[in-house]
Design a protein around this ligand. Sequence first.
Ligand SMILES: [Zn+2]
Ligand SMILES: [Zn+2]
Length: 385
Amino acid sequence: MPGKLRRILLSAFFLGCGQIWANPVWISLFNNSQVQNVALTAYAGPVTAFGDGKLFTIAKGQAVNVVLNGEKLVAANTDSLIGVFEQLTIIADTGSIIRIRPVLPLTASRNYEATVSLSADIGRIRMINQLEERSYLAGVIEAETGTGRSEEFYKAVAVICRTYLYGHANRHESEGFHLCDETHCQSYRGKSRNDARIPAAVEATGDTVIVDNDSLPILAAYHANCGGETESAKNAWQIDMPYLVPVSDPYCSAFSNARWKKTISIDEWIQYLIKNGFKINPAVVTDFSFRPDRRTPNYKVNTFVLPFKQIRNDWNLRSAFFDVSLEDGKIQLDGHGYGHGVGLCQEGAMEMGKRGYKYEEIIRFYYRNVKLVPASKIQAQIPNL
Ligand SMILES: [Zn+2]
Ligand SMILES: [Zn+2]
C-alpha cells in the first residue's frame, strides 16, 4: 500500500479510536539491535493490529510473535499463523499497553503506549513508536534520570529533553523517524510509569524550550556530576558556545559521584607518558604531581603536556577533572565528578530542586545567557513524516 494512503487510513483509524494526536513523534525502538523475532503482548487491555489491510485484535494478556522473513513479517499466535505482512501496526487504545519483548536477540521487555509500527528493514525488524510528544518526554525523563527526584528537577529535565527534541527532530528524518531510543539521541525505554511527578512535570512546563540569542534550541548538554565546576564546550568538544561555559557549582559536592580515586604504579605512569611523547631527562628530577585548582585542559610535567580528556579516555576514568600526586611511591589520581562536565550537572540540579529553586533558576544557573520560550514560537519544528 502506498505510504500516503496507509497514513490516511491509519489517521482515520486513530480518529475513530478517539485518540488525540497533537504533535506525534516517531521514535525508532531497540534501534541499536538487529531484532529478528519479537513477542508483542496486549498488556492491561486489548490492542488492535492492522497488517496490509487486515485488521485483527490481540486480546488482553495474549501475545503475537513476529518473525522477520526476508522482506516480510510473519505474525503468528501460539496456535496458528495470522498472516504475512509488509507492515504491521499495533494500536493501543487509551489504557492499553503494547509490551514488546525481542526474542532474538533476547532482550528485557518494555511497555509502549499509542502505536507501534513494525516493518522489515535490512536484516532486522524496524519498530517505530508513534506517540504524543508529552508521553515520549515522560518516558525519556524516567529513562535518563530515574525516579524519586524533586518536582523542580523533573521540570528542568522536561524542558531540556523537549529542547533536545525540537533541536534534533530532523536527525533521523531520512530514515523515516524523528529520534532513536538510544543515547545517540535520548534514552527512551517506553512508557513512564513509576513516578507520577514525571508526567506532571511535562504538563507543568507546557511547551517551554531553551533557546540561545539567535532563538535556536540550545544544545542542552548534561552529565551526572561536575565535581564542583562545569566544563566549557570549548574545552570538551572544541566548540565555542556562549551558554556552555564553566560554572562554579556548590550544590553537587555531597554526592558520591563528586569524588573518585585511582592508583597507578609509577612505572606504569611513566611508560604511559613516554608512549605519548614524554622524554625523561636524567639531569632533572621529575615531579609528576599536578594539582589544578579548577578545570584545566592539560596535565603538565616540566614542559610536557597531555590533555586530561585523553588521559580520561585512555584510563577509562570517570571524569577529566583530577589532581595527580605521588603517595606511598604510587601515582594517585584524585578525581572530581562523573561525566563530561558540560552543561547541567544532574546531581547539582537535584540538590537545587530540593533546596527550593525553581526549574527556570536551575536552567539559568547551568546554561548562561539563554531564554525560555514556547516551542510554538521558534523556527525549529518537528517535521511531518
Ligand atoms: Zn539517534
Ligand atoms: Zn555539579
